[in-house]
Design a protein around this ligand. Structure first.
Ligand code: AMP
Length: 471
């Protein structure tokens, strides 16, 4: 199979845009999907995030739409011909930017509509006419109902991150939107994972789709080095700071399970002088876009976020992803860590596993079909003074790592305030009760950490075996 863009016979306007983007050869999903989409067949594509799937569908769609290209100012000459639906605002914005870049030298128009923003400017753009419309389902329905857009000339529809759209509960919205489209059309469905629900959706809306899989579904990028650290809930903050420092991490996503946890963690990191911003659902759309932009521009080093940021955000060269909380859904783990190691770059993912995360880690093991090894964090302050520590010696019964979860540490640290310095002034922000993300309400939150049970446990052990030791 050819991997050179030059063999695709893309129209000169598209080839020029691709070469300006600096792409030398096609990524595997592009090499497989572009020729199929160019023939107009339906596609069901399984592709990991960061594999270049946006170009895999946008380039051939734009190529096929070029026959409609015109310079008329009449909106009637620019009906929506391709509709790209995505689950989150950030993702929609990002895909729209890529589409604009690829269509830069054509006369095809594109626009994006998503919630949280004023409808008026979107309405003005829609009324002028656009060939490619990128949208999140909820806001698109608002525009359909307000009669700002008509979709009866749509030839192509792309359901991107389809599994996520179903997770969010977009199925009814999707069905309503699809009912406004002509029956005769090409449908492309992309999903990082192919659950039975996705297959059902595909069987109702796709016709004889060509299935394209560039990697086994649910497989994480080979370029990501994954670490799991056994850390008590109270020590996560300390562990985060320690690992950022010891691993020389310059920029990272830090994922939390709750909005409040996310806001508090970001606040503590900021107070401790780390360049941090937060991205979660309680922020206005404007704040979210600004946070993202600041991170992209390198003005902040840590982006503390909830899963709203987990899907598809394309920020080049983010060297690391922290799972401050293990996600409740194993598939979100794949999406979160997909923020690093993108387009062949090296990345590392660092996850903090505390005692109540047992079931979640087992779910991740099942999904990845691999055994997860737990490691221990070597805290600077716990290292024996006056010794050089290579980190390689065999620890005896006096392994300082056994002190990681010592009650001394746990009791002294307030659960709702991660700030490590006792001189930090009281911040009322932390007075609201802390909503600790808990996957399993039945399990006591203060279950003993498995690593603390036995002083003889080696630093790396199989997770399932470790958890068997908990009473
Ligand atoms: P995506 O999976 O579509 O979000 O793309 C991830 C990143 O890969 C984006 O920054 C794209 O600009 C980049 N990209 C897409 N195709 C290629 C390619 N053929 N060569 C190099 N980078 C690419």
């Amino acid at each position: 199979m050819t991997t050179s863009f030059s063999n695709l016979q893309l129209a000169p306007a598209l080839a020029r845009a691709v070469s300006e983007m600096g792409y030398e050869s096609m990524t595997p999903i592009q090499a497989q999907a572009i020729p199929v989409v160019l023939t107009g067949q339906d596609v069901m594509g399984a592709a990991q995030t960061g594999t270049g799937k946006t170009a895999a569908f946008s380039l051939p769609l734009l190529q096929r739409l070029l026959k409609h290209e015109n310079s008329s100012t009449s909106p009637a000459r620019h009906p929506v011909r391709a509709l790209v639906l995505l689950p989150t605002r950030e993702l929609a914005d990002q895909v729209a930017q890529q589409v604009k870049a690829y269509a830069k030298y054509t006369q095809l128009r594109s626009a994006v509509v998503f919630g949280g923003m004023d409808m008026k400017p979107q309405t003005i753009e829609l009324k002028k006419g656009v060939e490619v419309l990128v949208a999140t389902p909820g806001r698109l329905l608002d525009h359909i109902e307000a009669k700002n857009v008509v979709l009866n000339q749509v030839e192509y529809v792309v359901l991107d991150e389809a599994d996520r759209m179903l997770d969010i509960g977009f199925l009814p919205d999707l069905q309503r939107i699809l009912s406004h489209l002509p029956k005769q059309r090409t449908t492309l469905l992309f999903s990082a994972t192919f659950s039975p629900e996705i297959k059902r959706l595909a069987s109702s809306y796709l016709q004889n789709p060509v299935t394209i899989e560039v990697a086994r579904p649910n497989e994480t990028a080979a370029t990501i080095e994954q670490h799991f650290y056994s850390v008590s809930v109270d020590d996560k903050y300390r562990a985060l700071r320690q690992l950022v420092k010891s691993k020389g991490i310059t920029q990272a996503f830090v994922f939390c399970n709750s909005k409040l946890g996310c806001a508090r963690l970001a606040r503590s990191l900021e107070r401790d002088g780390l360049r941090t911003t937060a991205l979660h659902g309680d922020k206005s759309q404007d704040e979210r876009l600004k946070a993202l932009e600041a991170f992209k521009q390198g003005q902040v080093d840590l982006l503390v976020c909830t899963d709203v940021a987990a899907r598809g955000l394309d920020i080049k060269d983010v060297p690391a992803v922290f799972n401050f909380d293990i996600p409740f859904n194993a598939e979100d783990y794949v999406h979160r860590i997909g923020r690093t190691g993108r387009a062949g770059a090296q990345g590392q993912s660092i996850s903090f596993v505390s005692a109540s995360d047992q079931r979640l880690v087992v779910d991740i093991e099942k999904l990845l079909k691999t055994k997860i090894e737990l490691e221990a964090v070597e805290f600077e302050e716990d290292k024996p003074r006056g010794h050089m520590n290579t980190g390689r010696r065999a620890w005896g019964n006096d392994d300082p790592r056994d002190a990681i979860d010592a009650p001394r540490e746990s009791q002294n640290r307030s659960r709702s305030n991660y700030a490590s310095s006792p001189r930090v002034k009281h911040d009322p922000f932390f007075d609201t009760p802390y909503e600790e993300p808990s996957a399993d309400a039945v399990k006591p939150a203060a279950a003993p950490d498995p690593l603390r049970k036995s002083p003889n446990i080696k630093p790396k052990r199989n997770v399932a075996a470790l958890f068997k030791t908990t009473a």
